[in-house]
Design a protein around this ligand. Structure first.
Ligand SMILES: *Cc1c(COP(=O)(O)O)cnc(C)c1O
Ligand code: SF4
Length: 341
C-alpha cells in the first residue's frame, strides 16, 4: 500500500521547477488578480511598458496576503511609477562592475574570490535589483565560452573560492552545473564553491536530487547563500528545501537587502533571523541598497540603518545578527557599518 500523501504536497511535487518558471506571472493584471488587489487601490502603480519586466512565479506569489496592497512580498515585485523618476546620486552602474568585468562573465573584485555570471536572468524580478541595469546581454555564456572562465581561474592561484552568481545561476540545468563544478574541482587551488541564489526561496522545487548531487560530489566545500528579505518568504516548502541542503552538510547563509517599507523595522528583521535559523540558515549580510537608478524609493539612510541594527542587537543572540554592509566601488571588500547603540 502506498502512503497517503497530503494534497498540498502532491501538488507541489507534481509541478517541476521548470514548469513553475515558464508559468510565472508576467503581467500586472494577473498579479493583481492573483493577489486579490485592484489597480485603483494601489497608489503610484506603473501600468505602462516596463523596461525591467514583471516576473513572479506562483510558489512565491502564493505567500502574498490576499487583498493587502502593502504586503511586503508584493511590494518587492510590484512595478511603481517611482522607478522612472531620476533621483540625483542614483545611477545605472553604482558598483562600477563594468570595470571589473574584463573577461565576459567574470567579476574579480575581491582577493581570493571570483564571481561567475552564469546567466543574466532571474526566476523573479525584484524591483530594487542592483543588477537591473547590468549589460547582461554581453555576459550570456554558453558552455563553450565557459572555457574562458576556467582558463582565467586556472592561471590565478590566488583564487580559492568560485562563486556562481547571475542573475540566478540555478536557472542553468543541473547537467551544465555538474560539468562546470567538476571542471572547477580539477583546479587544485580552488577550495570552495559558493552559490548565490534566490531560487530555493522563489521555487523550492529547484532543490532537486541532482542539485544535491553535483553540489556535494566533488572535494569542493559547498556554500549556498540564499536571498530572502522577510520571514513570510520562508513557508514550509521553502523550509523543507533548505533543510534538505542542510542535511547534506552544505553551509547555508542568507543575504538580505534593507528595504524601506518592507523590512526596515526591528520586529521584521528579528522574525527573519529566527525563521532563517529554523530552516537551518544563518544570517550573513544585510545590504544597504546600492544606489541604482529606479530604486531610490526603497533606500534607507546609513545612520538610521545603523541605529536600527543597534536596536536589533538588543533582541537577538549575536549569531543571528546579520552584518550591515554597503558596497563601495573600488574597495577591497564590502564595507561594514557598525550598529549604533
Ligand atoms: C560581494 C561580492 C563577493 C563576495 O564577497 P564576500 O564578502 O566574500 O561575501 C565576491 N565578488 C563580488 C564581485 C562581490 O560583489
Ligand atoms: S533575485 Fe537577486 S539578482 Fe535576481 S532580480 Fe532579485 S535581487 Fe536581482
Amino acid at each position: 500500500m502506498s502512503p497517503i500523501i497530503p494534497r498540498s504536497e502532491q501538488l507541489i511535487h507534481s509541478i517541476s521547477w521548470q514548469s513553475e518558471l515558464s508559468g510565472a506571472i508576467n503581467d500586472l493584471d494577473s498579479l493583481l488578480q492573483y493577489t486579490g488587489n485592484k489597480a485603483s487601490d494601489i497608489e503610484g502603480l506603473d501600468t505602462g511598458h516596463l523596461s525591467f519586466p514583471l516576473r513572479v512565479p506562483h510558489p512565491y506569489a502564493s505567500r502574498i496576503e490576499q487583498g493587502n496592497p502593502h504586503d511586503p512580498l508584493l511590494r518587492q515585485v510590484l512595478p511603481l511609477a517611482a522607478e522612472n523618476h531620476r533621483v540625483p546620486g542614483y545611477i545605472s552602474d553604482p558598483l562600477d562592475e563594468a570595470s571589473s568585468n574584463i573577461t565576459p562573465g567574470i567579476i574579480h573584485k575581491y582577493h581570493g574570490r571570483v564571481l561567475l555570471i552564469l546567466t543574466g536572468a532571474c526566476a523573479i524580478n525584484c524591483r530594487y535589483c542592483f543588477r537591473r541595469e547590468f549589460p547582461y546581454a554581453e555576459n550570456q555564456n554558453s558552455m563553450g565560452e565557459w572555457q574562458q572562465a576556467l582558463d582565467y581561474i586556472r592561471q590565478d592561484s590566488s583564487i580559492s573560492e568560485v562563486i556562481f552568481s547571475g542573475g540566478d545561476p540555478l536557472l542553468n540545468s543541473d547537467k551544465k552545473l555538474q560539468q562546470l563544478t567538476r571542471s572547477i574541482a580539477d583546479i587544485e587551488h580552488v577550495k570552495r564553491l559558493r552559490i548565490h541564489t534566490r531560487l530555493p526561496v522563489v521555487i523550492p522545487q529547484r532543490v532537486t536530487d541532482e542539485m544535491l548531487n553535483w553540489l556535494t560530489e566533488t572535494r569542493l566545500q559547498p556554500v549556498v547563500v540564499i536571498h530572502t528579505n522577510h520571514a513570510a518568504e520562508i513557508d514550509n516548502q521553502v523550509t523543507q528545501a533548505l533543510i534538505r541542503l542542510r542535511d547534506k552538510g552544505i553551509t547555508l547563509l542568507n543575504q538580505a537587502v534593507l528595504l524601506k517599507g518592507i523590512n526596515d523595522n526591528v520586529d521584521t528583521l528579528k522574525q527573519l533571523s529566527e525563521r532563517l535559523f529554523q530552516a537551518g540558515v544563518l544570517p550573513y549580510y544585510l545590504h544597504l541598497l546600492d544606489k541604482i537608478q529606479g530604486a531610490a524609493h526603497f533606500d534607507s539612510d546609513e545612520s538610521s540603518a545603523q541605529r536600527l541594527l543597534g536596536q536589533l542587537s538588543a533582541h537577538l543572540p549575536g549569531y543571528l545578527m546579520p552584518k550591515l554592509v554597503r558596497e563601495i566601488a573600488g574597495e577591497a571588500s564590502k564595507t561594514l557599518l557598525l550598529p549604533l547603540l
